[in-house]
Design a protein around this ligand. Structure first.
Ligand code: SF4
Length: 369
C-alpha cells in the first residue's frame, strides 16, 4: 500500500503500538537487551502502566532513557460524556493537537442490578475521513491523517480506565476508514488479540469497511481471523453511489465478488451494515434484493436506525435523508427475517451525546484541517 505524504506521522517514537517482536527489534536497534522489551511490553499491556518510571523491573538509567527518547502516552483524554444509557464518548487529543473520539458501549444494559455482559469499544482509525458518506458526520471533516498503531491501542487503554468491567469487544467503526490505514490497524489488532495481553479475543474484534476492496482481498490473503463487516446501506449501485461516493470506485458487483472471495479463503461469514432511510432503501424491493445478496454466502445483516445529524451537509442528497418510521423499521426487519436472513437490530446507544453510529465528529475549530 503506497504511503501518502500526509500519512507519515512525525514526532518522537511511540512506545505503544509495537507488537512484541517489533518492540524487541526496536530495543535491539537501540542497543538495549531484548528481554527488556518484553518487560516494557508487559508493563504497558499487562500491568497497564502509563509511566515507564513505574516499571520497577527496569533499571533506573533505562527508565530515564525511555522517558527521554520515547513518547509513552499516545493519546491524552480531554473530555468524557456519558449517555443516559451508560454509553461513554471520549475525546482524545493527539501529540500534534488533533483529536479523535472513541465510544464505549455496554451492549446489554443493566437489568435488575446485573452488569452488562458485553462492553464494546468503538475505535477511531483516522483523524476525519475523506470518503464523504453523506449520512456520516465524520465525513464532513477533512481527513487530516492516519492514526498510528500506538494511538489506536491507547484509545483502548484509556477507555478501559472508565470501567471496572473488561472491554470485551472492539469494533473499528469510529472515525475513519480502517482499510485505508490497514497496517496500523492490523498492528494494533496484533496487540489487542495477543494472548499475552489478554485484551480481547480475535473473534470479538471487527473491522468495518465502507467497501475498500483491496483491504478485503488483503485480509483474505493474509488469513486474518478477526471479523469483517461491510457498510452496504443500498442494494443498487445507483443508490449506493448517492450515499457513499466510494461506491463509484468499488462498484457493488465487484464488492460482492470480493466478499465471496473472502469467504472462500477464510470460511468466515460477513456482516452487512444497513442503515434504514425512509423511502430510499426500506421498500419491499429492497427486502428482496437484500435477501438475495445475503443468501449468497453466510452473512448477518445489522439493521441500523438513521440518526439525523445537525451539522451533516444539509445540501445535496444528504438533505433528503430521513429515518424510517419505527413501524417501517419493524416491518423491514420482520420481512428480511422472513427471507431467511439472520438479522440483528443495532441500538441507538449514545444518541443523546452524539455517540451513535455516524455521529462522531468533534467540533473544534481548526482540527482535522
Ligand atoms: S461512514 Fe465511515 S467511511 Fe463513511 S465517511 Fe463516515 S467514517 Fe468515513
Amino acid at each position: 500500500m503506497a504511503i501518502a505524504k500526509r500519512d507519515i506521522v512525525e514526532g518522537p517514537t511511540e512506545l505503544k503500538g509495537h507488537p512484541l517482536p517489533e518492540l524487541e527489534q526496536l530495543f535491539l536497534n537501540a542497543g538495549e537487551r531484548k528481554y527488556r522489551a518484553k518487560q516494557v511490553y508487559d508493563g504497558i499491556y499487562i500491568q497497564r502502566l502509563n509511566d515507564v518510571q513505574e516499571m520497577s523491573l527496569l533499571p533506573q538509567d533505562l527508565r530515564d532513557r525511555l522517558k527521554r527518547d520515547y513518547r509513552t502516552q499516545s493519546v491524552v483524554l480531554k473530555t468524557v460524556q456519558e449517555s443516559v444509557d451508560g454509553t461513554k464518548k471520549f475525546l482524545f487529543e493527539l501529540w500534534d493537537g488533533r483529536a479523535v473520539e472513541s465510544v464505549l458501549i455496554p451492549s446489554e444494559m443493566v437489568v435488575d442490578g446485573e452488569h452488562p455482559r458485553r462492553l464494546t469499544l468503538c475505535v477511531s482509525t483516522q483523524v476525519g475521513c475523506n470518503l464523504g458518506c453523506v449520512f456520516c458526520a465524520t465525513g464532513t471533516l477533512k481527513m487530516a491523517r492516519n492514526l498510528t498503531s500506538g494511538e489506536i491501542v491507547d484509545q483502548f487503554l484509556e477507555a478501559q480506565k472508565f470501567s471496572t468491567k473488561p472491554i470485551t469487544n472492539i469494533v473499528y467503526m469510529g472515525m475513519g476508514e480502517p482499510m485505508n490505514n490497514y497496517d496500523s490497524v492490523m498492528k494494533a489488532t496484533q496487540i489487542f488479540t495477543d494472548q499475552r495481553t489478554n485484551m480481547v479475543a480475535a473473534r470479538r474484534t471487527t473491522i468495518s469497511t465502507a467497501g475498500v476492496i483491496p483491504g478485503i482481498i488483503r485480509m483474505a490473503d493474509e488469513g486474518q481471523i478477526i471479523k469483517l463487516a461491510v457498510s452496504l446501506h443500498a442494494t443498487t449501485q445507483d443508490l449506493r453511489e448517492d450515499l457513499m461516493p466510494l461506491a463509484k470506485k468499488y462498484p457493488l458487483p465487484e464488492l460482492i465478488e470480493a466478499l465471496e472471495y473472502y469467504y472462500r479463503k477464510t470460511h468466515k461469514s460477513v456482516t452487512y451494515e444497513y442503515i434504514l432511510f425512509d423511502g430510499l432503501n426500506d421498500t419491499l424491493a429492497d427486502v428482496k434484493r437484500l435477501g438475495r445478496l445475503a443468501r449468497r454466502m453466510p452473512t448477518k445483516v445489522n439493521v441500523i436506525p438513521f440518526h439525523e445529524i445537525d451539522f451533516a451537509m444539509p445540501e445535496g442528497f444528504a438533505g433528503v435523508l430521513k429515518p424510517s418510521s419505527p413501524e417501517q423499521f419493524q416491518w423491514f426487519t420482520d420481512s428480511l427475517r422472513a427471507e431467511d436472513v439472520q438479522v440483528n437490530v443495532r441500538s441507538s446507544a449514545g444518541l443523546d451525546i452524539d455517540a451513535a453510529c455516524g455521529q462522531l465528529a468533534f467540533s473544534q475549530e481548526g482540527k482535522g484541517e
